[in-house]
Design a protein around this ligand. Structure first.
Ligand code: RFL
Ligand code: PHB
Length: 391
């Protein structure tokens, strides 16, 4: 097989990159390790920055999102027995879109297959070769076990944190930074109507909790737990009891409960690989960086990388200019580090660290009081949450 851009991974990064290239007349082939059913059922992000929703419209795939997605003008922060609202729209003029990542994935996969363009699902033994030269290759076995080879000009490394692209770069060429947090998130998807119109981020003496949603019938909820927690120690009753305690601390109401469709534990880390290019290989999204989910930034950052990469590849093919490709990492890293900062800051402000003492706890409560009562404080949170402007 031959193409212009070989893309490893059919997550938000790979699918958006392929779609943007397609609309600019640039060919690509996507290789995905999992099945279509698996990636369409994988529950992850829920919050899109305003410009990501606009980009999805721009690439012609916003129809279902506009119909089923939920536009939120604010969010709530609960702490010290009270709940305060951050007026995102009033402070920034912008709203966020609550639309499940798996719905985004379904829309992009369907559009690509309808257009007769390739996604090779269930690819095994994926490896990349000759990225130092000008004819890189991707090797894999297809879902019938037959060996395959793709020759291309460039490779999009869109295969997430545990993919093969980043580890294919020689260790001596990699510059990475990492922080692992002493807690994790236990997330559930429940068949219950959301208990509030907006997201509630809660800081409680028992730990952090988050109330989010996917539709008028589905609630998405998270609890801070320890990273070595066994999910079997969390029967549904215990989860609901803890969610009720942490999320309704302002009193006088209860969360709607319902059957739990899905539950899982996610560790929390911050990670940046500043080497986003190696020869013809370009990393985008979670393959290059991870943020703890407290700031709702991961998928948005993936889209921001892809926006830059698609522009640089277009300049290369249509204007014969490699300048955009040469400056790809520099252009992305400013936004990446700002999102890393915001996600780290939200995480430390809202979670209970096992290492925190009484002083740390009081500083945390003072910060929550400041951020939710000062216009300057709230505005700083709001402009980061809805998505910082591009330069
Ligand atoms: P993905 O989504 O991990 O996709 C990578 C794809 O590559 C495939 N793959 C391979 N394919 C072929 N060969 C290999 N060797 C391969 N290895 C892997 C994988 O199967 C997969 O399909 O990365 P991408 O595209 O960069 O997208 C990143 C986002 O998925 C991620 O940042 C977000 O989900 C993070 N995130 C959130 N981001 C937001 O912007 N807003 C949110 O509200 C939000 N909430 C969250 C989140 C992530 C969470 N978890 C579970 C980590 C909430 C949670 C709980
Ligand atoms: C979600 O709805 O899954 C979600 C919302 C906000 C976050 C993280 C996850 O910060």
């Amino acid at each position: 097989m031959k193409t212009q851009v070989g893309i490893v991974g059919a997550g938000p990064s790979g699918l958006l990159l392929a779609r943007m290239l397609q609309l600019r007349g640039i060919e690509s082939i996507i290789i995905e390790g999992r099945s279509r059913a698996y990636i369409e059922a994988r529950i992850r992000a829920g919050v899109m920055e305003h410009w990501v929703a606009a980009l999805i419209d721009e690439v012609g795939l916003g129809e279902r999102m506009r119909r089923e997605g939920l536009v939120h003008d604010g969010l709530e922060i609960s702490f010290a027995g009270q709940r305060r609202r951050i007026d995102l729209k009033g402070l920034t003029g912008k709203s966020i879109m609550v639309y499940g990542q798996q719905e985004f994935v379904k829309d992009f996969v369907a559009a690509r297959l309808d257009d007769g363009l390739p996604i090779h699902f269930e690819a095994g033994d994926v490896s990349i070769h000759d990225v130092d030269g000008d004819s890189p290759k991707i090797r894999f076995t297809d879902k019938d076990g037959a060996p395959q080879r793709i020759e291309c000009d460039f490779i999009g490394g869109c295969d997430g944190f545990h993919g093969i692209c980043r580890p294919s770069i020689p260790a001596a060429k990699l510059t990475t930074f990492e922080k692992v947090y002493p807690f994790a998130w236990l997330g559930i998807l429940a068949e219950a109507a959301p208990s509030s119109d907006e997201l509630i981020y809660s800081n409680h003496d028992n730990g952090f909790a988050l109330h989010s949603m996917r539709s008028p019938e589905l609630t998405r909820l998270y609890l801070q737990v320890s990273p070595d927690e066994d999910i079997n120690d969390w029967p549904d009753d215990r989860i609901w009891q803890e969610l009720q305690t942490r999320l309704t601390q302002d009193g006088g109401w209860r969360l709607n409960e319902g059957p739990v469709q899905q539950k899982s534990i996610t560790p929390m880390r911050s990670f940046v690989c500043e080497t986003m290019r190696h020869g013809c290989l370009f990393l985008a999204g979670d393959s290059a960086h991870i943020v703890p989910p407290t700031g709702a930034k991961g998928m948005n950052l993936a889209a921001a990388d892809v926006r830059v990469l698609a522009g640089a590849l277009t300049d290369f093919y249509k204007s014969d200019s490699a300048a955009g490709l040469d400056h790809y990492a520099d252009k992305c890293l400013g936004r990446i580090w700002k999102a890393e900062r915001f996600s780290w800051w939200m995480t430390q402000m809202l979670h209970l660290s096992p290492e925190a003492d009484g002083f740390d706890r009081r500083i945390q409560l003072a910060e929550l009081d400041y951020i939710t009562s000062s216009e300057a404080g709230a505005k700083s949170l709001a402009e980061n949450y809805v998505g910082l402007p591009f330069d």
